[in-house]
Design a binder for this molecule. Structure first.
Ligand SMILES: N[C@@H](CCC(=O)N[C@@H](CS)C(=O)NCC(=O)O)C(=O)O
Length: 206
């Protein structure tokens, strides 16, 4: 018997944008055909439906293409929101994610690859990123998660990027003064949900 078609998710395991999409898809338990790609050799079909060439890209059975990680999260959580991720202040959620995806992500890229941005030192870029870490630390002094005492969309959209920032220089991160942030990150990174979305997949061959 022919299997029913599922939505297709073009993904890249180590991409934090793809991680947030996979987190939402997994928490809702939506079956998708996962296509792990190589960023150096993107499948022609992916580029055909989404010429911008970034992952994640979700293609629904109707042919609708969702090509922004946050839109994929919203699409999944609108089907069902078993952990109440959408139940948090929307304005605050948006503001936090926007800062993550703009200033923080820019600082992260520069901190990670300082040789590509020789204008300033790596420490300078780290300090730029720390502006955001400090903002998160303040929020985590008030609640266990960023906006409430249970996880919400903001936590799930943001922690893959903080994980990457921490990993650039783990020895530094371990000594840095972000006690609440470390607990938060540790908890999310060690969750069974994250473990599930980080399972290794063979690279998709068209
Ligand atoms: N705004 C996009 C950004 C996605 C993005 O930049 N993904 C990176 C990987 S982490 C990518 O695919 N880059 C293309 C490349 O490296 O060729 C989203 O939220 O989905």
């Amino acid at each position: 018997m022919k299997a029913c078609m599922q939505p297709i998710l073009y993904s890249y395991r180590r991409c934090p944008y793809a991680m947030r999409a996979r987190l939402a898809i997994n928490v809702v338990n939506i079956a998708v055909e996962m296509r792990e790609i190589s960023l150096r050799d993107k499948p022609a079909h992916m580029l055909e439906v989404s010429p911008k060439g970034t992952v994640p890209v979700l293609i629904l059975q109707t042919g609708v293409v969702i090509e922004q990680s946050l839109d994929i999260m919203f699409w999944a959580l609108q089907q069902c929101d078993p952990e109440n991720w959408l139940n948090a202040d929307f304005g605050k959620t948006q503001a936090l994610i926007t800062q993550n995806d703009t200033q923080f992500k820019q600082a992260l890229d520069r901190y990670k690859y300082p040789e590509r941005y020789p204008q300033f030192t790596q420490t300078h870029y780290r300090e730029q990123g720390e502006v955001y870490l400090q903002r998160l630390e303040i929020l985590l002094n008030a609640h266990i998660y960023l906006l409430k005492d249970t996880a919400s969309l903001a936590d799930m959209a943001i922690f893959p990027f903080i994980r990457q920032f921490a990993a650039v220089d783990l020895a530094w991160f371990e000594t840095a003064n972000y006690p609440k942030l470390k607990i938060w990150l540790n908890h999310l990174v060690n969750s069974t949900l994250f473990e599930r979305v980080m399972k290794k997949q063979p690279t998709y061959i068209a």
